[in-house]
Write a protein that binds this ligand. Structure first.
Ligand SMILES: [Zn+2]
Length: 289
């Protein structure tokens, strides 16, 4: 499985504020050069900032659009439909730690039925149970350094992503000049189709400092970038790797991948996408560096 995008484009990036929260409740929007796109800064949707264990969601939501994946799209072949994503010893790229979500290539997205088993961490935020202790340890270590750090997002459900997709598509359609299908295709091209947000894995976390800030220069985030691999986390959207991730650099967004992969990824300064390509070539989780 090659994850590297075949045609990396330089994509103009804007931001959308979600849930009215500043700081890391910010999602990167990959905008085309087309001027008739919506202004994501103006779009606010109501979304929960966290989910609890065993959340059950409705199959349908009210709205004018009813998104279905077009025929021919590739589902994530390694991912079981249920939350039981294999055991500790699940081999190779199908190991739960390496679950890849990437909005660019339309092959690595989450199924609607994927509800991770979540464990509460703090302040109403939960994390996938298998990695919950690692997140707690990571947070504790940062705080022991004297830093103040908070979680600003963990889980985002498929249905919330669908709501966002419908909202963005409707807004674009309402501006006129295109069909609803074209509007949907445009929002899809921007990487905002349901299931394309890594926060659905329950393995992604956004951090902010005491002022709600998340910049690469924010001291606590600089410390976390330096030490994240010790706790099995990576900086998921680093600067200069947008062509691989399809995502604007996001200083506060960390992803649990386990210590082996995290050390490799952070030492090499690469991404989960590149790690998976390297893994494919090596055929093993043991890398030479
Ligand atoms: Zn994030």
């Amino acid at each position: 499985m090659k994850i590297q995008p075949k045609n990396p484009h330089y994509l103009k990036v804007r931001r959308i504020v979600v849930g009215g929260l500043a700081g890391c409740a910010v999602l990167a929007v990959l905008l085309s050069g087309r001027s008739r796109g919506p202004s994501p800064e103006d779009i606010t949707t109501d979304m929960p900032e966290s989910a609890v264990t065993g959340v059950t969601e409705e199959d349908a939501i009210p709205g004018e659009l009813d998104w279905e994946y077009p025929e021919g799209w590739v589902d994530y072949s390694d991912l079981p439909a249920a939350e039981t994503l294999g055991d500790e010893n699940q081999p190779g790229l199908s190991n739960w730690r390496y679950l890849l979500v990437n909005g660019l290539d339309r092959t690595n997205y989450m199924r609607p039925s994927y509800y991770p088993d979540m464990t509460p961490i703090e302040a109403g935020y939960s994390f996938q149970t298998r990695a919950a202790e690692s997140l707690r340890a990571f947070l504790s270590a940062a705080r022991e350094q004297g830093f103040t750090v908070s979680i600003s997002r963990t889980y985002m459900s498929y249905q919330d992503q669908k709501t966002r997709f419908n909202g963005l598509s409707s807004t674009l359609y309402d501006q006129g000049g295109i069909t609803l299908a074209e509007a949907e295709e445009e929002i899809t091209r921007q990487g905002y189709y349901p299931g394309a947000d890594e926060h659905q894995t329950g393995l992604a976390v956004n951090f902010v400092d005491e002022n709600g800030d998340a910049k690469f220069s924010t001291p606590v985030l600089a410390w976390m970038t330096e030490h994240c691999a010790e706790y099995g986390f990576i900086l998921r959207y680093p600067e200069g790797r947008e062509a691989y991730t399809g995502h604007k650099a996001e200083p506060g967004h960390y992803r649990y991948v386990g210590e082996t992969a995290a050390e490799y990824i952070m030492r090499k300064g690469i991404t989960l996408e590149e790690f998976k390509s390297a893994y494919d070539e090596e055929g093993s989780v043991t890398f030479a560096w």
